[in-house]
Design a protein around this ligand. Structure first.
Ligand SMILES: Nc1ncnc2c1ncn2[C@@H]1O[C@H](COP(=O)(O)OP(=O)(O)O)[C@@H](O)[C@H]1O
Ligand SMILES: Nc1ccn([C@H]2C[C@H](O)[C@@H](COP(=O)(O)OP(=O)(O)O)O2)c(=O)n1
Length: 247
């Protein structure tokens, strides 16, 4: 496992007032943990927040997707817990932690686009609910966060509670079921039927939430409901929380 990341400055200084990250102590360690259900905006919002904070970015869902693709491509039965756990341990997985470069490889093969295919989306809960596979991916995610330099935005389902419960900033990003279905439908260019969207968003969340709680904020986690916010307003609201909590 390996990763690259956006270089961060070593100097400890406060950004100037004209800067988009005015008010942040540069050089101080900062982990921003963001969880939430499917379609709440975690990936897109976290990536943009990372850019503005000049932080690294970790999409932990992409790691669950990569293990799923690896199992499908290698003929590993996703219902065989021990085989899925072994696959999570053995996979040679690289994920970029630069918010400006989306890249996932398995044994050097670029799978950045393939892990987003509907076949992977509908199978990924089998990996997410295999506890041995989770333990291995959590171990790798902690190592990536520790190795990312001064600051990182990491997002998924259990970052605020399990992967990085000591993060300086912990946010649960939510949105109504209606908003999440609409966003996912728009994102997929209207290619999916209502039934397909419901399977990919609502039914998948129901399966995933049997092993991890991303519906209710744990103690100390700030809930941010983006149902009535547009993308830019949501990014600003996250940055406001970072400013308040981490300054
Ligand atoms: N606050 C928002 N308002 C409108 N659209 C949003 C908002 N946040 C995210 N989106 C859009 O919704 C879609 C799903 O967001 P994504 O980041 O993939 O969600 P998640 O990672 O939680 O599944 C994307 O097309 C994204 O640009
Ligand atoms: N930290 C995480 C991240 C993702 N998962 C699971 C939950 C999802 O079914 C898959 C894929 O996650 P991803 O964030 O890509 O899902 P979305 O399609 O963006 O909603 O992995 C998890 O169990 N724990």
């Amino acid at each position: 496992m390996s990763a690259d990341s956006t270089p961060t400055t070593d100097a400890t200084r406060t950004a100037g007032a004209a800067s988009p990250y005015a008010g942040f102590r540069l050089g101080k360690s900062l982990v921003v943990a963001i969880d939430g259900p499917s379609g709440s905006g975690k990936s897109s919002v976290s990536r943009e927040v990372a850019r503005r904070l000049r932080a690294a970015y970790l999409d932990t869902g992409a790691m669950y997707r990569a293990v799923t693709l690896h199992c499908i491509a290698s003929g590993i039965d996703l219902q065989e817990g021990s085989a899925v756990e072994a696959a999570a341990r053995d996979i040679e997985l690289f994920i970029s932690t630069s918010p400006d470069r989306e890249s996932v490889t398995i044994s050097g093969d670029d799978v950045t686009a393939a892990i987003r295919e509907p076949e992977v989306s509908s199978a990924v809960s089998a990996v997410a609910t295999t506890m041995g596979a989770r333990a291995e991916l959590i171990r790798r995610q902690r190592a990536l966060i520790a190795g990312a330099g001064h600051r990182i935005v990491a997002e998924g389902r259990d970052i605020t509670t399990v992967v990085a419960p000591d993060a300086e900033v912990r946010i649960l990003l939510t949105a109504s079921e209606e908003a999440r279905l609409r966003r996912r439908g728009d994102q997929l260019g209207g290619t999916q039927s209502e039934v397909q969207l419901k399977q990919q968003v609502i039914d998948r969340d129901a399966k995933d939430s049997t092993v991890v709680n991303f519906r209710q904020a744990a103690d100390g986690v700030v809930t941010l409901d983006s149902s009535d916010l547009d993308f830019e307003q949501t990014v600003s609201a996250v940055l406001d929380v970072v400013r308040t909590v981490a300054h």
